[in-house]
Structure formats: C-alpha cells, structure tokens
Design a protein around this ligand. Structure first.
Ligand code: HEM
Length: 187
C-alpha cells in the first residue's frame, strides 16, 4: 500500500474511533456496555453512577437495587450537603419523576430548584425498573446558567454525592448506610 493511501486510511480510522468515543449515550433507561466513559460502583449495596461528557452536555446513568428513590448530588459548597446540586428520581405508576433540586440545609431533603428561584434543567431523561434494579439516565448542560446548578467543567474534578431512599416518598431519608460521597473527574 502506498504511503498516501495508508495515511488516509489511518486518518479515517482515527476519525471513526473519535466519533465512537464521543457518541452520546442513548437516554432510554438501559445502561449499555461502553455507553459511558466513567463509572463509580459502590461495592456493597448495588449503587452505580456512570457519566460521559459530549460537547457541552453531561449524561448520567444511575442504577441501584431498590424500589425506592435514587438521588445524586454534585459539589456541595458548605458543611455536609449544603449547596449541593441535587437530582432525585422516583418511579410513579410506571412513569419517571425526575427532579432537579438543590440542598439548602446541611442535612435533610433537598428542595426543587423551581421552589428556590431556579429552573428544571434536566434535558433528556428515562427510567426503567427491571427485576429489583431501578435505572435512570439523564442529561444536562455542563453549565446550565442556573444559580441552583453546579457548573461542571470537562477534565476537572467534582464531588459526587449518592443516596438510595427507603421507598417512593422523597421526604423519607436514606439510611446512613445508603449514602456515599466520591471525588470524580468530569469527562
Ligand atoms: C439527591 C438525594 C440525596 C443525596 C445524594 C443525599 C446524600 C447524602 C450524603 C452524602 C450525606 C452525608 C453528608 C455528610 O455528612 O457530609 C447525607 C446526609 C443526610 N441526609 Fe441525604 N441525600 C439525599 C436526600 C436526602 C433526603 C430526601 C433526606 C430526608 C428526607 C435526607 C436526609 C439526610 C440526613 C438526615 C442526613 C444526615 C445523616 C446522615 O449523615 O446520613 N437526604 N445525605
């Protein structure tokens, strides 16, 4: 094979690989192999959070063995949970209720962004219960422009909070053994 043809083929292969790496997750409530670039799996209770940045948007895939609510939070600004950009999800009669929230107090339940002068900035969303596992996928802009949302930056760190509730009621607290924190990299 002559060199220009070889180079053209290599360039095409690289472009195809890059396109594959940047494919946006399909927000359908099913987390496919290779759909996300990073995953944190809590080792004992079956909570898992995956994420991938595509352009100006971040996609999350979250699953847990539960018939209750699941929630994640980002970047608390003060003591304990204070100021965290929270997201809670619950299945109600087979339909996903996805809540964009904010942690006003240092512990206890978060409040809806819409009750705190912000907006619902969840873009795509889907949820599914399969056997004993509840899976949620959702997306939002890295920078939503909403003061109640964390500004995320590709390549930078963030603090991820996670919790699984005891049932469908979002005013019922998680157990102490059902909430976790982890430093992650946004990518
Ligand atoms: C997005 C949903 C939620 C997430 C990600 C979450 C996460 C967390 C985390 C990581 C902590 C430990 C904070 C620290 O000590 O630094 C915590 C504490 C606490 N949370 Fe939540 N939480 C959520 C929802 C709720 C709800 C709905 C309630 C009550 C209705 C609640 C009640 C509490 C309480 C009472 C504490 C202090 C006791 C403890 O440390 O477990 N949380 N939460």
């Amino acid at each position: 094979m002559n060199t220009p043809v070889k180079l053209a083929l290599t360039a095409a292969a690289l472009t195809a690989t890059a396109a594959l790496a940047q494919a946006a997750p399909k927000v359908d409530g099913v987390i496919g192999a290779g759909e996300y670039s990073s995953t944190f799996k809590e080792p004992e209770k079956g909570m898992s959070v995956s994420w991938r940045v595509v352009g100006d948007t971040i996609y999350f895939g979250v699953s847990a063995r539960t018939d209750g609510w699941i929630g994640i939070g980002l970047d608390p600004s003060g003591e304990k949970k204070t100021g965290a950009d929270m997201y809670m999800f619950v299945m109600e009669d087979g339909k996903l209720n996805a809540m964009d929230m904010v942690q006003v107090k240092k512990t206890g339940a978060p409040k809806l962004d819409t009750e705190e002068g912000g907006k619902d900035n969840i873009a795509a969303k889907a949820g599914k219960i399969s056997g004993d596992t509840f899976t949620v996928e959702f997306s939002r802009k890295l920078n939503t422009g909403d003061k109640q949302d964390a500004v995320l930056t590709a390549g930078k760190g963030a603090k991820l909070l996670m919790a699984v509730g005891p049932g469908e009621k979002t005013n019922k607290a998680h157990a102490k053994s059902m909430r976790w924190e982890k430093e992650i990299v946004i990518k």
